[in-house]
Design a protein around this ligand. Structure first.
Ligand SMILES: Nc1ncnc2c1ncn2[C@@H]1O[C@H](COP(=O)(O)OP(=O)(O)OP(=O)(O)O)[C@@H](O)[C@H]1O
Length: 771
């Protein structure tokens, strides 16, 4: 039997465990084990499925019985009885994770019925803890040993797990949650997350949702919107589960469908809700339905899911191909649209609209194949007309059961006025949020909950702007990163190509940079986020903190801890993108900085952006570099990086760029050549790239760029190696900034690189980062 870890609350009892060849069934006993303490093993996905992104991180377990006792699900792990099999290394139990030292599962007592083990725990003295060195050895042994060997030891380990006291945590005063009328188990679960008080949006939205209203919630980035809808959704599941149990009824399908515009955000919402549920005695099964996962597997998961978090494209694909999936979602109590305004963009809306329609459509008679979802058959339509009145009633009844919740940090101004009841809805295009709202079949006029009516940006965010030449952005990016090397930074660009170019450029400059864009397979996307989160490479690369170079795919919702700095390499195309990008820092009452690199040509769009984002700012005219101080008078402040220091960094950046271009041109050049050969073959002409280029047939408009690419491509290995050596030499040198600089006194960038000082921008007039 293989059980997906994500299905730890699987409701049906599972069949008996497979026994391994070496196991002696008669000599084994089984005990309840915390789900986190089981020997989960990562499932190796064959390389050919590298693109099967959803399998990433899939784990399996064998030899475990799942037993359901009332509402409690126990995981029974095999424990051998024979001492004869024991090797006396003291730790050779294979029942724990391959990679990690066994540790007490958080809330293990709540996830598993443990009275038996607790009784034993009381009577068995705990063994002394092993020294770290021994633990290392034990871990090594665990990797090679699969089967549990020593019953005594085994018992002892379980005992240890049960016995180990919960880490001592300071009592936390939860009184500020009381007015929200949550159940005690929910409050204790929130307490385990150490959230002592609700955020503004949580205080305002939770009571409205719990009172059964449809809600549109607006609150700044990082202000806890996920739990603002997550807490009531889970509360609702808890009380429904209790009723079902008391009345001995069958489960009625999923409680909630949450739609998210990006895969990463969907995964994050799932993790966030799962973290909340960890502290509950029984928890809903939460699954995510994302592009890149095997559709069949998702269908199976959906049959038992209580809360579904999905991207619209994949959800519609699964839903439209299987009526049973739709049936399991038909009775949802909540439809949630997170980052609702983004759902309209990037072609998401069509699928989202189909999902809404399908949810509202009355159930189809099983024997009437013609009327299945999406069916356009005339006969079916006639029959539909005949029964229309009846169905309309059913539909109304059906729709009225569901609450609709919409959340975002950005709603356009007109819409906000309309939501506040000040004017009437009138959608002008399908990209319009009003169009979405009209399609949503609210069961009442939704309550508009606006947690931050005046400011759009996070409270503790500081915003700065650096003016630079259009061709100097790489240089200023590097300077900005260098001058605050210990700040974990997220660099946003407007194109995938820029991410592809900048990441190796920064790497050449010895900075730990990771890419993230929609052209990457999901597995690689998740890997980059994980490496950024882990601040990987920071130690190797002179203490510089990790850098994520991303397109707007990372702009929405991502909650990565300790991002201190957001740099907009390009001015974002829309004001809301600026809000969301900047919102990756200064989250949950932390502070953070957002810096926009602005070329002369971008000054006008920047003015517009500032006017939108900081409505009350006095934006003065001016679009030249010299007028930057006039450009923005509040909200964004200009930062005058000392240009003499920047000049000293130029040589490094130029070299790093040359190397990155050469490497990229070599990779791309091969591909381009292949393409041209094939095109020539198709045309029946001889391929001679030089001749063709001379004749201008392949060169066209961008031929000077092509010429540069060609030069880069033709760079010999030796030339490349000498460029690398020159850059290495430069990077090892200190940069003397002098003592008479305006903003730096005796400060040198090499010192900053070591992370000993990172205050340069803080000392610059205007931004006051160190306040
Ligand atoms: N009551 C609370 N107290 C403290 N921290 C909280 C609270 N609620 C949520 N958080 C934390 O705040 C962070 C941001 O929450 P969340 O991701 O829900 O923000 P958001 O408003 O959805 O942001 P965005 O608009 O960027 O999607 C998370 O790390 C979350 O764990």
């Amino acid at each position: 039997m293989a059980v997906d870890k994500k299905r730890k609350n699987t409701k049906a009892p599972a069949s008996g465990p497979k026994r391994r060849k070496t196991q002696q069934p008669s000599k084994q006993i089984k005990r309840p084990v915390s789900v986190d303490a089981l020997a989960w093993k990562t499932v190796d996905i064959p390389e050919m499925f590298d693109d099967a992104e959803g399998f990433f991180g899939l784990e399996e377990i064998t030899g475990v019985d799942i037993v359901k006792d009332g509402d409690v699900v126990k995981f029974m792990a095999a424990v051998p009885k024979s001492e004869a099999e024991v090797e006396d290394d003291g730790e050779e139990f294979g029942g724990f994770d391959d990679e990690e030292t066994p540790k007490p599962a958080e809330n293990a007592d709540q996830e598993v019925e443990t009275s038996e083990s607790k009784a034993e725990a009381a009577s068995t003295p705990a063994k002394e803890k092993k020294a770290p060195k021994d633990q290392k050895k034990a871990r090594k042994n665990e990797k090679t040993t699969v089967e549990p060997r020593d019953p005594e030891l085994e018992t002892d380990l379980f005992t240890k797990l049960e016995e180990l006291p919960e880490p001592e945590e300071e009592e936390i005063d939860m009184s500020e949650w009381v007015p929200l009328d949550l159940s005690p188990r929910m409050i204790s679960s929130i307490a385990k997350l150490r959230f002592s008080k609700p955020t503004v949006i949580q205080s305002k939205a939770i009571p409205e949702i719990m009172a059964g209203h449809d809600v549109i919630g607006k609150a700044s980035t990082g202000s806890g919107k996920t739990l603002a809808f997550g807490i009531p959704v889970i509360e609702s599941w808890l009380s429904a589960a209790e009723t079902t149990k008391q009345n001995k009824e069958e489960r009625k399908g999923a409680t909630a469908l949450i739609l998210s515009p990006t895969r990463e955000l969907a995964q994050q919402i799932r993790d966030h809700l799962q973290a909340l549920c960890k502290g509950l005695p029984t928890a809903p099964y939460i699954c995510s339905v994302l592009g890149g996962m095997a559709v069949q597997k998702q269908k199976r998961q959906l049959q038992v899911a209580d809360i579904v978090i999905a991207t619209p494209g994949r959800m519609w694909e699964v839903m439209s191909s299987d009526n049973s999936v739709l049936a399991s979602l038909r009775n949802i109590s909540f439809l949630v649209l997170d980052e609702a305004d983004r759902l309209l963009k990037d072609g998401h809306f069509k699928e989202a609209e189909e999902i809404f329609k399908a949810l509202d459509r009355p159930p189809v008679e099983e024997n009437n194949e013609d009327q299945k979802m999406g069916g356009t058959d005339e006969e079916g339509q006639e029959e539909e007309e005949e029964d229309s009145e009846e169905e309309e009633e059913e539909e109304e009844e059906h729709v009225n059961k569901r609450q609709t919740l919409i959340f975002s940090a950005t709603f356009n101004k007109n819409l906000q006025q309309k939501l506040a009841g000040k004017s009437k809805f009138k959608a002008t295009s399908t990209q319009d949020m009003e169009y979405l709202l009209q399609k949503l079949n609210f069961r009442e006029t939704p309550k508009f909950v606006d947690a931050n009516p005046v400011h759009q940006m996070a409270e503790n965010l500081k915003e700065g702007l650096i003016m630079c030449g259009d061709m100097e952005k790489d240089l200023y990016l590097y300077a900005t990163l260098m001058l605050q090397p210990t700040r974990r930074a997220l660099v946003f660009t407007n194109s995938v190509n820029s991410v592809r170019r900048l990441t190796p450029l920064l790497e050449n400059l010895n900075l730990p940079a990771f890419p993230l864009h929609s052209g990457m397979i999901q597995q690689a996307r998740l890997r980059s986020i994980d490496r950024f989160k882990a601040n990987e490479g920071a130690k190797k690369k002179n203490g510089s903190a990790a850098i994520l170079v991303a397109t707007d795919v990372a702009a929405r919702g991502l909650d990565i801890p300790d991002v201190d700095l957001v740099i907009h390499y390009h001015v974002p195309r829309a004001a809301e993108d600026y809000v969301h990008r900047s919102g990756r820092t200064a989250r949950a009452s932390n502070s953070g900085t957002s810096i926009l690199l602005c070329g002369p040509k971008e000054a006008v769009p920047t003015q517009r952006l500032v006017a939108k984002v900081h409505a009350q700012a006095e934006v003065k005219a001016g679009n030249s570099g010299n007028n930057t101080k006039k450009l923005v008078s509040s909200g964004l402040r200009t930062i005058d990086i000392d240009r003499r220091i920047v000049a000293k960094l130029r040589e490094r950046v130029d070299l790093a760029k040359k190397i990155a271009d050469a490497v990229q041109a070599k990779t791309m050049g091969g591909k381009e050549d292949d393409w041209m050969k094939k095109a020539a073959e198709d045309l029946g002409v001889d391929y001679d790239s030089e001749e063709l280029e001379k004749a201008g047939k392949w060169g066209g408009k961008g031929s000077s760029k092509k010429q540069k690419q060609k030069e880069a491509q033709q760079m010999s290995k030796g030339e490349l190696a000498s460029l690398r050596a020159a850059l290495r030499d430069l990077l090892s040198k200190r940069i003397n900034t002098g003592v008479s600089e305006r903003y730096l006194t005796g400060l040198d960038v090499s010192e900053l690189l070591k992370g000993e000082q990172g205050l340069f921008l803080g000392q610059v007039d205007g931004l006051g980062l160190d306040d």
